[in-house]
Ligand binder design. Structure first.
Ligand SMILES: C[S@@+](CC[C@H](N)C(=O)[O-])C[C@H]1O[C@@H](n2cnc3c(N)ncnc32)[C@H](O)[C@@H]1O
Length: 297
C-alpha cells in the first residue's frame, strides 16, 4: 500500500513536471516567433495578410495545380505560398523584404508541413527574378502593380496574375473575384500578336493562297483586318487568351469561319473550325500557319 502511495505521488509529481515542461516548452517555442503587427510598415507597402477565404478564391480563380510555380511578391507571413502548396499542391516561392517576416514565413511553411515545397526569399520584389512563375500573386498597391506591369507582360503567355484589392491601371482584368466584401482581380498574360502576319491555309478551295492579317493589340483586347486577293475584311470575335488566338472571318462563299490558333513567338499554328456551337462536318481539318510579316517591337 505504502509503495502504491509513493508510486502515485511520484507519478503525479513527474506528470505535473512534464506538463509544466510542455507548457513552458510550447510557450517559449511560440515566443521565439516574431509577431508582426497588422499595418506595420514595409519597404514599399505595409504588412496586412490576405484573408484566408480570399487566398483560396484567388488561387482557385488562377486554377493553381501541382504543375504550378506560384510566386507571391511581398509574402508577409507566407499565407499565400503556404496555401498554394498545402491546398493546391503547387510549389511556391515568396519574396519578402522584411527579414523577420521572411524568417517567420519560412518557419510557418515548415510548421504547416510544406517546408519542402515553399521557399521564402528575403529580398526586394524589384530586384529578385520571378520570371519563372506560372502564377504571380500580389497584395501591394496600384502604383507598385503598375511598376511591375512591364515585367509581368513579358512573362510566358498564359501566366496568371492575381492581385488582392489593387488593379493594374488600364490593363483590364479577365476576372473579378469577390469574397465577403473583398475584391481581387485576375489577369492572364497575353501573347503579343500585334502587327502583320502572312497566313496560309485560310482559302476554302484548298489552294494555299496567302492572306494578310493585321492585329491591333492592347493587352488582351484585339482587333484585326484580313486581306485576301486584295479584298479586305474586318475580323470578328478577335481575342487572345494566353497564347490561344481566336478570330472569325467570312470565306469566299460568305460562310462564317472561326480560327483557333496557338501563338509561338513568330509563328501561329491552328485550324479553321466551325463557329461556336456548330459542328464542322467538312474533312480533312483545314490547318493554317502564319508567320509574322513584321517583327514585334
Ligand atoms: C500587404 S502585405 C501582403 C502580404 C501577403 N502577400 C498576403 O497577401 O498576405 C505586403 C508585404 O510586402 C512586403 N514588401 C513591401 N515592399 C516590398 C519589397 N520592395 N520587396 C519585398 N517585399 C516587400 C511587406 O513587408 C509586406 O509583408
Amino acid at each position: 500500500m505504502a509503495v502504491t502511495k509513493d508510486f502515485l505521488r511520484q507519478y503525479f509529481v513527474a506528470s505535473a513536471c512534464a506538463l509544466l515542461l510542455v507548457i513552458w516548452g510550447c510557450s517559449s517555442y511560440d515566443n521565439n516567433f516574431y509577431k508582426p503587427l497588422r499595418g506595420q510598415s514595409g519597404k514599399d507597402v505595409v504588412w496586412i495578410a490576405t484573408q484566408d477565404a480570399l487566398v483560396v478564391k484567388m488561387l482557385s480563380a488562377a486554377q493553381v495545380t501541382e504543375q504550378d510555380l506560384v510566386y507571391d511578391l511581398g509574402a508577409g507571413d507566407g499565407i499565400i505560398p503556404i496555401t498554394a502548396a498545402k491546398q493546391f499542391g503547387a510549389r511556391a516561392i515568396g519574396i519578402e523584404y522584411n527579414e523577420k517576416l521572411a524568417t517567420l514565413a519560412q518557419a510557418n511553411a515548415l510548421r504547416s508541413g510544406v517546408g519542402d515545397r515553399v521557399k521564402i526569399i528575403q529580398g526586394d520584389i524589384f530586384v529578385e527574378d520571378f520570371s519563372k512563375a506560372s502564377v504571380v500573386t500580389l497584395y501591394l498597391l496600384e502604383e507598385l502593380n503598375a511598376k511591375l506591369r512591364p515585367q509581368i507582360l513579358k512573362m510566358q503567355p498564359g501566366t496568371r496574375v492575381v492581385s488582392n484589392t489593387f488593379s493594374m491601371g488600364d490593363w483590364e482584368p479577365d476576372q473579378v473575384i469577390d469574397s465577403n466584401g473583398h475584391t481581387a482581380y485576375l489577369w492572364k498574360v497575353p501573347a503579343q500578336v500585334g502587327g502583320g502576319w502572312t497566313v496560309s491555309g485560310l482559302a476554302s478551295d484548298g489552294k494555299s493562297h496567302a492572306s494578310h492579317i493585321h492585329f491591333d493589340q492592347r493587352y488582351q483586347r484585339l482587333s484585326g483586318t484580313m486581306t485576301v486577293d486584295g479584298k479586305k475584311q474586318v475580323l470578328l470575335g478577335t481575342r487572345i487568351e494566353g497564347n490561344v488566338l481566336h478570330f472569325s472571318f467570312l470565306n469566299a462563299q460568305d460562310e462564317l469561319k472561326h480560327v483557333k490558333a496557338f501563338v509561338d513567338n513568330y509563328q501561329l499554328t491552328g485550324e479553321v473550325v466551325a463557329p461556336y456551337g456548330m459542328v464542322e462536318l467538312r474533312l480533312p481539318t483545314q490547318k493554317i500557319t502564319a508567320l509574322r510579316s513584321v517583327n514585334p517591337q
